[in-house]
Write a protein that binds this ligand. Structure first.
Ligand code: HEM
Length: 437
């Protein structure tokens, strides 16, 4: 039997205000209620359910997957992402996922290894000894350059400012989208609606430019693959709009998450000298810059990244919406209910983790016996992250390459979290670089 509880704000409409104003606070308050499943309702509006037990998370992602579609927040993300892998539903999703999967096969990842390392070297070369800089911005630039080069064979850095402003606008629009009626009101000229249209226009310019370049000069990158793909039954290719939606999704999903996770990793390393020393010991044993084949010699770098994502999972909350009446743990969940689980809270739950607030990379050694659904930075099931192995290889090689050459020291306090679509630092993450070699 699961422990099912209710969340009752002082005034019913507080729930709407809390979720609209600050999703992190809204989810946090529901989480504080405790138990395995927390339910909140406002009059006759569709309710919200927060799932707090790994068995029930498995039900959401695997067993009841067919009853639960992408939640309202992500449906609204369609304004920017269109109908790409992250936002589409069956049958489009199934077809597109099959088409895109080969870009993430091991042999492809291997061929991206030199870019992961080469771009890290370039980013490190731009740091100046002793000068303070915003590590979050630096990791964002690096991850964007890597996504552009590996997936699209393009140098997107010349447009990095436009992309990061647009991502910023897009996040603001996603936040505003948590308001329960937001999807019915997209036509209103509100600030959020105008911002998301502006974000779409500037990202469109970047992505259509990449498509145009590739149409004239096909390579062996993902974008060329999308342009060449043909439907097995009809033989039709994808329209520019379809290619645009997939490319936009991969460009955004493929850099923002990895970038924020890396930024938090540097902050945690600077606060934990033992973990930093263990990482230095490992990377100093390499003969030079790492290669893809060195990944198996870098367990500490990988575990460090894993532990950073436990404490600061980029996708800090994941949502679905009940497409029909269903159940979770035997408890009825009505059609229209928003179903959430929050890796941020699940990863810090003392029922499933010893000393949950401690930063201990070695808890991620293989065979640690933990519940598979208690650690979910990449979600799981059919809608789990397609880029998971890409991200593990990328982040491990970025950390190893940069940690060999540099040590980062905090300049001031670690910023609070800002839980938008990703868990970003709420203000710049100032650090100073000290050269190691
Ligand atoms: C540390 C880095 C990353 C994290 C933490 C992360 C996290 C996630 C999560 C939690 C989901 C599933 C959301 C859900 O269940 O609703 C997801 C989906 C997705 N991710 Fe990632 N991701 C990362 C890196 C990447 C990379 C590098 C790429 C591509 C290059 C990527 C592309 C995608 C796509 C396309 C989806 C949608 C998959 C689908 O619905 O079929 N992600 N990601």
């Amino acid at each position: 039997m699961y422990d099912v509880r209710s969340y009752k704000p002082s005034y019913p409409f507080d729930l709407i205000v809390e979720f609209a104003r600050d999703l992190e606070v809204g989810v946090g308050k529901m989480n504080e209620v405790g138990g395995d499943l927390v339910e909140a309702r406002v009059g006759r509006l569709p309710g919200i359910v927060l799932v707090r037990h790994p068995d029930l998370v498995k039900e959401v992602l695997v067993d009841r997957n067919a009853d639960l579609t992408k939640a309202r927040g992500l449906r609204l993300a369609r304004v920017i992402l269109g109908d790409g892998l992250l936002t589409s539903e069956v049958p489009v999703h199934t077809k597109q996922r099959k088409l895109i999967l080969p870009a993430f096969h091991h042999s492809r990842l291997q061929s991206y290894g030199d870019t992961f390392v080469g771009r890290s070297v370039l980013e490190g070369d731009a740091w100046t000894e002793g000068e303070r800089f915003d590590v979050a911005a630096s990791m964002n630039r690096l991850a964007l350059a890597i996504a552009g080069e590996t997936l699209f064979g393009t140098d997107v850095l010349s447009q990095a400012d436009a992309v990061s402003q647009a991502v910023h606008d897009a996040m603001a629009a996603f936040d505003a989208a948590q308001f329960p009626l937001a999807d019915k009101l997209q036509w209103l000229p509100t600030h959020a609606n105008r911002t998301s249209k502006r974000a779409r226009a500037s990202l469109d310019a970047v992505v259509y430019d990449m498509i145009e370049q590739r149409r004239h000069d096909l390579g062996d990158d993902l974008l060329s693959m999308l342009l060449e793909a043909r439907d097995e039954d009809t033989g039709d290719g994808m329209t520019d709009l379809e290619v645009r939606d997939e490319a936009m999704t991969l460009l955004l999903a493929g850099h923002e998450t990895t970038a924020v996770a890396l930024a938090w990793t540097w902050a945690l390393l600077a606060q934990h000298p033992e973990a930093e020393a263990a990482l230095h010991h490992e990377v100093d044993a390499l003969e030079g810059d790492p290669t893809f084949d060195d990944l198996r010699r870098l367990p500490v770098a990988r575990q460090t990244f894993a532990e950073a994502m436990r404490l600061y999972p980029p996708a800090w909350t994941v949502g679905r919406e009940a497409a029909r009446d269903t159940t979770l743990g035997g408890h009825p969940v009505a059609k229209g209910t928003t179903v959430l689980f929050a890796p941020f809270h699940l990863h810090r739950d003392s029922r499933f983790w010893d000393e949950p607030e401690a930063f201990r990379p070695d808890r991620h050694v293989k065979g640690n016996g933990r519940h598979k659904f208690a650690y979910l930075p990449f979600s799981a099931g059919r809608r789990g992250c397609i880029g998971e192995q890409f991200a593990w290889s990328e982040a491990t090689l970025v950390l190893a390459t940069l940690a060999r050459r540099w040590r980062l020291v905090l300049e001031g306090d670690v910023p609070d979290t800002q839980g938008s679509v990703t868990l970003r630092p709420a203000s710049p993450l100032w650090m100073r670089a000290e050269r190691r070699v």
